[in-house]
Design a protein around this ligand. Structure first.
Ligand code: GCU
Length: 616
């Protein structure tokens, strides 16, 4: 029998299943909070891989669903039985790639690959009594399907947020096998959509591990400093699998503070923890406390800073004091080797450059970064703008896209809500000013506040330009601004419009009495290319842009932050100028090989001497 025919018959059986049964077959994922503080078995390392551009691991030759859901390795490729037919793939003899890591930069033949891609890894496991085991993924870009021992355990959509698959019932004692299908195909109804100005790095781009938890375990919590009482930590702890009335204990040993609470019917315990002489987290004092949480057999520890952030008129207040955010935009591009940034070394380099710049702030563009970035920002005292990839022309009139966008927002907030460094959730970047867009993103802003009322909501907006008698007016009147706490505005005077000196005759007309962050500005330069300040692509030209920008920015009374585009050159398929871009966007203050451009020094002087922007 033709192998595909065999699959067809079985597929017919599967398709006859009621939808609910099939839906149940794609088990949902959950998201364990503080996962990096739980003991884990890493599955990082070499995984066998199969490139599958025509989807033969999922579908047969009539494009019907493969009932086993993946390359079914049950048969041996050397099958001799006549009716078996050839099995035309074999993970064991297929090439390996490193996990975590995008496939694009690991093999030249995969540089531009967009499509379905298979990973497989054998691992040993010893089940422990009374525990549940989750298979944790830091991120898989973009769509992922996961099987353990040929049993489908979960699937996930979204390329930059973590997820956990319950594999308790699928695991065996001894030898196990995990198979992951990752698909980075860009689609119009994805988040982000078809066009972005960054490389579509595909694959298991972040850590993979097995995490054991007790049958009842702490899966989510929120602990934050009260905005009205700086001696009170409040929030909640959610315990999965525990009955109402179960006790939860939260303590902060360094301050000899402990509180007990009980779970309600929603498995949540409301926490109020009075603390004396708490040292508030700030860039000047990035104090982290060891926090212990316990419920039944589960204990968890976290390292947390406590601070408040709010707006008052056009000011941003950190711990009640006006603050100016001296920042820079950062893509998750790995310094030197390029590709998705994921290692602690990548993070230390990128955030080390922010500190070297004299920055106290970073805009993590345009998607949630690896958790190491926000953990390290907590430790270094770098405030963070964290963003979901609601980028450019999303399908804002498609309800399914709103569901995906809300899912990614919830996953971003759930993973990082206990990181003091994050002060802003951003719901969008440079989206078209249409009624469906404004409705969609206003819903997203409201959703962010509902999920986390302790932070500020922002977005990077496009601004209008009008000619004036003396130069030009930049008008910030995007209706989305009404839904934001802090307005982000992108402009490229000196690069996409006018000469650098055009900034000298630009007036800003901000139609909102809210804090403004200039969330993008700058221009391209090749590190080491020199010329006169009027020669584009030279370091001198880029430096000229920054000199004029800083003078203009200082004329904007409600400016409360600056994040020029961008810390480091990064890959983009849209940047194809030979000898200048070569698939890189060169607006970095630093090249992808770590060469600092003159503009870095211009901005560094402004930040270190505090000659740009004022907090009040
Ligand atoms: C846009 C966008 C960035 C892009 C940049 C540029 O504003 O937000 O993602 O890379 O401008 O054109 O370089």
């Amino acid at each position: 029998m033709h192998p595909s025919l065999r699959i067809t018959l079985a597929a017919a059986a599967l398709l006859a299943l009621p939808l609910a049964a099939r839906a149940a077959e794609t088990a949902n994922t959950t998201l364990l909070v503080d996962i990096d503080h739980r003991p884990a078995t890493s599955l990082n390392g070499d995984w066998h891989t199969i490139v599958d551009p025509y989807g033969d691991g999922l579908f047969n030759f009539h494009h019907e669903v493969n009932p086993r859901g993946y390359f079914n390795n049950a048969q041996q490729p050397t099958s001799t039985a006549d009716d078996q037919g050839p099995v035309e793939y074999n993970f064991a003899t297929s090439p390996t790639l490193k996990v975590p890591g995008d496939w694009n930069t690991q093999r030249p033949d995969l540089f531009y690959y967009e499509g379905l891609f298979w990973y497989q890894k054998d691992f040993k496991y010893s089940p422990k009594p009374n525990t549940r085991t989750f298979l944790h993924f830091g991120a898989v870009n973009y769509q992922s399907y996961v099987w353990v021992n040929a049993q489908k355990v979960c699937q996930h959509e979204g390329g930059f947020t973590a997820f956990d698959c319950d594999v308790t019932s699928a695991l065996k004692s001894g030898d196990n096998v995990v198979v992951v299908a990752a698909d980075n195909t860009r689609k119009a109804d994805n988040v982000p959509t078809l066009q972005t100005d960054w490389w579509n790095y595909g694959g298991i781009t972040r850590d993979v591990s097995l995490v054991d938890v007790p049958q009842q375990f702490i899966d989510d919590y929120d602990l934050h400093l009260s905005r009205t009482d700086h001696s009170l930590i409040e929030g909640y702890v959610h315990v999965e699998g525990a009955p109402a009335g179960t006790t939860v204990t939260v303590s902060l040993p360094e301050l000899h503070a402990t509180t007990h609470a009980t779970l309600g019917a929603d498995s949540r315990a409301v926490i109020t923890l009075p603390v004396k002489s708490l040292s508030l987290w700030s860039p000047e004092n990035p104090k982290l406390y060891r926090v212990s949480l316990a419920s039944g057999p589960d204990t968890l520890e976290d390292d947390m800073g406590f601070r408040t952030v709010e707006v008052r008129g056009t000011q941003i207040l950190l711990n009640g004091q006006p603050v100016f955010l001296r920042g820079v935009c950062v893509h998750a591009e790995a310094p030197y080797r390029t590709g998705r940034a994921v290692t602690q070394q990548d993070v230390d380099t990128l955030l080390g450059w922010v500190k070297e710049l004299g920055g106290n702030f970073a805009r993590l563009a345009h998607y949630p970064h690896d958790q190491r970035m926000t953990r390290t920002a907590d430790r270094l005292g770098i405030m963070i703008w964290s963003e979901i990839p609601d980028y450019w022309a999303l399908q804002f009139d498609n309800p399914a896209v709103l569901v995906k966008s809300k899912q990614q927002l919830a996953e971003m907030i759930r993973r990082d809500r206990n990181k003091a460094s994050i002060i802003l959730w951003s719901v969008a970047n440079e989206t078209p000013n249409t009624q469906p867009r404004t409705k969609f993103l206003t819903t997203m802003a409201d959703e962010a506040r509902k999920l986390d009322p302790t932070r500020l909501v922002t977005a990077a907006l496009l601004v209008r330009t009008e000619k004036s008698a003396t130069g030009s007016n930049k008008i910030v009147d995007d209706p989305l601004g009404a839904a934001l706490d802090v307005i982000g505005a992108n402009e490229y005077i000196g690069w996409y419009e006018q000469k650098p000196s055009g900034a000298d005759t630009t007036n800003w007309d901000i139609r909102y009495q809210k804090p403004l962050i200039m969330s993008e500005f700058g221009g391209e330069a090749i590190a080491g290319r020199h010329g006169t300040p009027d020669q584009r692509w030279t370091e001198e030209y880029q430096a000229e842009i920054f000199k004029h920008q800083i003078l203009m920015l200082n004329k904007i009374p409600q400016l409360r932050g600056t994040t020029p585009w961008v810390l480091m050159d990064f890959r983009s398929p849209r940047r194809v100028l030979p000898g200048l871009q070569d698939n890189f966007n060169r607006k970095g203050l630093i090249s992808d090989q770590g060469q600092k451009k003159q503009a870095f020094t211009i901005l560094q002087n402004a930040y270190k001497n505090k000659t740009v922007g004022k907090p009040e």
